[in-house]
Ligand binder design. Structure first.
Ligand code: T1G
Length: 704
């Protein structure tokens, strides 16, 4: 068992090494060991300087987020850092990789900072619904100024080494051996009699009182609705006017306020849910070459992700024109990523070099992984997999990007169903982080593990789901969308529905999403859907518009019109008239809808369907559903996902609300899921249900 903070000596320099894998998080044992080491080395006359450094790639990735759901334990980080800063000997922090949150605050409490070229220095607390609670809001502005502190802490994005030096946070860059460079510098400082340089002793930079107000007002409305961003600005504003100790105490109080919020609990829930263990990781096959079939929007998006994720890819399409268009999309996306600084020049060149095009399916014979993204038609996909089964080498994994079709039916056509899995990417595939990994009846554990490993490698979150209509995400989307479709027939305007759900926190309203995805796509899927509810009202509004050729953005008209001067989305009264006429024909009486009703019908439908997806084993956990909806469908992260949200509401209340809707709208769609009835009856939660279940081994199809 390694020491959480290892203490070694290099002559008169004491080296304190954080060693708490995987990211040197400042868990209680680390804090206690650090405090003890500081007191010991500061008190040792033989020690003339101290170096702090992290074992492994990272310096320190912050507080241990897992501890936030446990009773607090001393020593608290602010006290440890106050003792560090108080050292009478120069303390040099040697920074590398993730230097985040409490790790960045530890660096700021040190007296001198050097760093390696891979530095990622920042304050991601806001993405956990928190603010820097150990002095960052008081020390950082003294080095980098108010504007930089405001931006860094409200955006949560890290700085690289050059920017960190430019902002005066890092004093010098060390290339090569960081430890040796830091120790040499510490020795130099000691021999030069350099004093401890305490950031808190630096003058408070001048500020304009209105500066903080202006910054707050400029924050996006979505941030202002959250507890943390305004409190970050308040903590910084108080640091501009209060003495350091008072400012530190104020920041700590604001931190504790954030910690207790449901929003922070929701974001912390998602943090770990998005890092769920990859099943059978050890069985994953090596993927040195990939191929993507179909150079359309999805195919080229997937190819971009593979190439920028480090995997060589052959983009295959039968038509030269389509292939050229696909390759052009790949090139312009990589160019754009380089232009926006998301890819450095070397990475962009490497990514471009990894992409080839081909007009022949035979090109797939060299691939370790083939991802099919052709037209969403079962017969077409079965024909393609029949040929892939012949062409691809033994052990190659064959993935289909279908969003609704039966993966087993596709796999059977390949003649090697054990190698077939679903990899359901979300549009735009090079942007959306989610991949639903569909296990077929015969999918081997190795094929599933390979799909997960590749998803992680290209920066995606792979979530395992069962093979059923719409898998998890789209299955639930149909329940969520069903209610908005019924409310449209009941007279609600598309823009009214979208506004209510966006104010709830959805990234986009369902009607705007329909227009973006293309109403013809959903129309096509519903036509092929065998088990579609036998209900003339079911998605009648969308089908009507599709029948009229109003496919959405691609035709300039859908639920909205896009043919205005800038092509921006505009309400279209003609749509409301069309739907009202259709509703009258179907005998649906018009009525008004409050924003609360719009939200509760939509979200309760989502939750109830989520419970069904769980009890059927299509999703392995409520947390997986939350990750799918927050990363694939724009569900508000600060609400934690539909299942977490249901738990915050209390399942008995959720059940009662669903029963009330059943009484009002009929039980056809509003019969509560059995799992929900059981848990509500026990006063339990989805999270508790998950925790009580043995690490499940769902029917995961075929052999290893
Ligand atoms: N606490 C606990 N576990 C953590 C952790 C943390 N801060 N960071 C990572 N892990 C675990 C993670 O769950 C996973 O575990 C493993 O490490 C690898 O993570 C007082 C209040 C550092 C950039 O928000 O952004 O300090 O799944 O898969 O892709 O003011 O992790 O292997 O069991 O993400 O290489 C602020 C969060 C805390 C940083 C590495 N810090 N971490 O990315 O690996 S609040 C953060 C990250 C705070 C102070 C405040 C990333 C990473 P497992 P990974 P990665």
């Amino acid at each position: 068992m390694n020491e959480p903070v290892a203490v070694t000596r290099d002559g008169e320099v004491a080296v304190l090494t954080f060693d708490n894998p995987p990211v040197n998080a400042l868990a209680q044992p680390v804090r206690a060991a650090l405090l003890a080491a500081i007191e010991a080395q500061d008190g040792d006359p033989m020690v003339r300087a101290i170096v702090l450094i992290g074992a492994g790639r990272n310096f320190v990735a912050g507080a241990d987020v897992r501890e936030f759901d446990r009773p607090p334990a001393e020593p608290y980080l602010p006290a440890v850092l106050a003792r560090l800063e108080a050292c009478d000997k120069p303390v040099v922090a040697a920074l590398s990789g993730a230097t985040l949150g409490g790790g960045a605050e530890t660096a700021l409490a040190s007296h001198y900072r050097c760093a390696a070229g891979d530095l990622q220095f920042g304050f991601p607390e806001v993405s956990l619904g928190l603010l820097p609670g150990a002095g960052g809001t008081v020390r950082l502005p003294r080095l980098a100024g108010w504007q930089a502190a405001l931006e860094l802490m409200t955006a949560g994005r890290p700085l690289g080494i050059d920017a960190a030096i430019e902002f005066g946070i890092v004093d010098r860059r060390v290339d090569g051996d960081l430890a040796a460079g830091a120790i040499a510098w510490a020795r130099e400082l000691a021999r030069a009699g350099a004093p401890p340089r305490r950031v808190l002793d630096l003058p408070v930079p001048a500020s304009r009182p209105a500066q903080f107000e202006e910054f707050l007002r400029a924050l996006p409305a979505s941030s202002l609705r959250l507890p943390a961003p305004p409190r970050i600005v308040e903590a910084l504003a108080s640091a501009a006017i209060l003495p350091a100790d008072a400012a530190l105490a104020r920041a700590r109080a604001l931190f504790l306020e954030c910690l207790a919020t449901t929003e922070s609990r929701a974001l912390r829930h998602l943090f770990f849910a998005e890092r769920r263990a990859v099943p059978d990781a050890g069985l994953a096959r090596t993927v040195g070459q990939a191929a993507v079939l179909g150079a359309g929007t999805m195919g080229s998006g997937i190819a971009i992700s593979l190439a920028t994720g480090g995997i060589p890819v052959i983009l295959v399409d039968a038509k030269q024109e389509a292939l050229d268009a696909g390759l052009a999309r790949v090139k312009s996306a990589i160019d754009a990523a380089e232009r926006k600084g998301r890819l450095d020049a070397d990475s962009a060149v490497a990514a471009r070099g990894r992409v080839q095009g081909s007009l022949t399916l035979a090109a797939t014979s060299v691939a370790d992984l083939v991802i099919e993204a052709v037209f969403e038609n079962l017969a077409v996909k079965r024909e393609v997999f029949g040929r892939l089964g012949q062409l691809c080498r033994p052990g190659a994994v064959l993935a289909t990007n279908t969003s609704t079709l039966d993966v087993d039916a596709i796999a059977d056509a390949s003649g090697r169903p054990a190698d077939v899995v679903g990899m359901h990417f979300f549009s735009p595939a090079n942007v959306m982080r989610l991949v639903e990994i569909v296990r077929g009846r015969a999918s081997s554990l190795a094929a599933i593990a390979t799909a997960h490993a590749v998803s992680k490698r290209i920066g995606k979150i792979g979530i395992p789901v069962g093979n059923a209509f719409g898998f998890v995400g789209n299955r639930m989307l149909y329940a969520y969308g069903r209610e908005k479709e019924l409310m449209l027939l009941e007279g609600a305007r598309p823009e009214t529905l979208d506004k209510a759900l966006v104010e709830f926190g959805m990234a986009m309203g369902p009607n705007a999403v329909g227009d973006l995805a293309g109403l013809d796509i959903g129309f096509q899927v519903r036509r092929e859907w065998q088990q579609k509810p036998d209900d003339p009202l079911f998605y009648r509004a969308s089908d009507l518009l599709a029948e009229l050729g109003r496919f959405g953005q691609k035709t300039g008209r859908g639920f909205y019109r896009y043919d205005g001067p800038g092509g921006e989305r505009m309400p279209d009264p003609e749509v409301t008239d069309l739907i009202r006429a259709e509703a009258a024909r179907l005998g649906v009486a018009p009525r008004s809808h409050s924003p609360n009703e719009i939200v509760s019908r939509s979200i309760l439908a989502l939750i109830n369907e989520g419970a069904r997806v769980l009890e059927e084993g299509i999703a392995e956990s409520p947390a997986d559903i939350d990750v799918i909806w927050c990363n694939g469908y724009g569900f508000p992260r600060h609400r934690g996902g539909p299942m977490f949200y249901a738990d915050t509401f209390g399942l008995p209340a959720v059940l009662e609300s669903i029963r009330a809707l059943g009484r009002e709208h009929g039980e056809r769609y509003w019969t509560p899921a059995a799992l929900l009835v059981t848990l509500a009856g026990e006063g339990a939660t989805f999270a508790g249900w998950q925790a009580a279940r043995p690490a499940q081994d769902p029917d995961r199809g075929g052999d290893a």
